[in-house]
Design a protein around this ligand. Structure first.
Ligand SMILES: [Zn+2]
Length: 285
């Protein structure tokens, strides 16, 4: 199942129009923070259709308990033909966030439900996004990259404060102040911040995002655990979109689509992954 043009128009309207995500000029370079999860993969594929020259992807090892995410990021970047740099900041974050996050302090339990958290969940890594975006900014400064894309989402996510639009706007202002008078400036772009997980899946499906390469599970097992908050949110998104999650083992496919129809290999309505990034084929503003 994929999105028809009408669905797409509605989604872009909800996103405040596509114009604000576009490259400011042809050939403008962008980097994408690529965690290996579905949101950052969709963000990478989306950036490619918006006139940006996606020149680089950055993945951070900040002390996660497993390497599945960084392995996934490497595979996604390779398929998308985008050079990837993995930055290892685990020695810093493991000290500075000790006792504060279930993702970096493995003595803290990973929560098993994604049900509307009433408080900031234990998987929150304090100030992770400002840290990663600042490092991305340093990289972008050196490489003459203007666009810094991040797949943060504030709707169907765990309620991390540094994934909210207010933070992204403030960071965009802050990072530009931090490089004022150097001749450099940046666009901090979080295109999927305001849409639901189901809408992210629909968007990604239309862009032919390789779901099977993405990794969302907080745990580092052979296969996604299907029980952690991240797995739950992901399943909810695919169910809402009516799309089969090709990262799941067939037995766990909640929609049981695999046995009745071929894996959705739809004609992208936006652009194919390897289309000319300068081609203007998203014309909904
Ligand atoms: Zn999981």
């Amino acid at each position: 199942m994929s999105m028809n043009m009408r669905d797409m128009e509605q989604l872009f309207k909800k996103m405040g129009g596509v114009a604000k995500y576009r490259a400011p000029n042809s050939g403008a370079k962008a980097l994408v923070l690529l965690s290996g999860g579905m949101d950052s993969a969709v963000t990478l594929y989306f950036a490619k259709t918006l006139g940006w020259d996606v020149a680089h992807a950055l993945t951070f090892n900040y002390g996660q308990s497993h390497t599945k995410e960084t392995e996934a990021a490497a595979e996604i970047a390779e398929l998308a033909d985008v050079p990837l740099t993995v930055l290892n900041i685990a020695s810093i974050t493991s000290v500075l966030t000790r006792g504060e996050s279930a993702l970096t302090d493995h003595s803290i339990d990973i929560p098993e439900t994604a049900e509307a958290p009433t408080q900031i969940p234990p998987t929150y890594v304090p100030l992770r996004n400002p840290l990663l975006l600042t490092l991305a900014g340093q990289f972008a400064f050196r490489e003459d990259i203007k666009g810094i894309f991040i797949g943060a989402n504030a709707v169907d996510y765990s309620g991390y404060p540094d994934c909210r639009p207010e933070f992204m706007h403030a960071f965009d202002v802050m990072i530009n102040l931090a490089v004022a008078d150097t001749g450099k400036s940046f666009y901090v772009v979080a295109p999927i911040i305001d849409i639901t997980k189901g809408e992210i899946v629909k968007l990604g499906q239309s862009l032919n995002v390789p779901w099977d390469l993405t990794w969302s599970c907080y745990r580092g097992g052979e296969e996604p655990c299907g029980e952690c908050a991240s797995c739950e949110l992901r399943a909810k998104g695919f169910a809402e979109a009516g799309v089969k999650d090709t990262a799941l083992p067939i037995k766990d496919d909640p929609l049981n689509i695999v046995s009745t129809e071929k894996a959705p290999q739809t004609t992208p309505t936006l652009s194919s992954a390897d289309a000319d990034p300068n081609k203007e084929d998203v014309d909904i503003d």
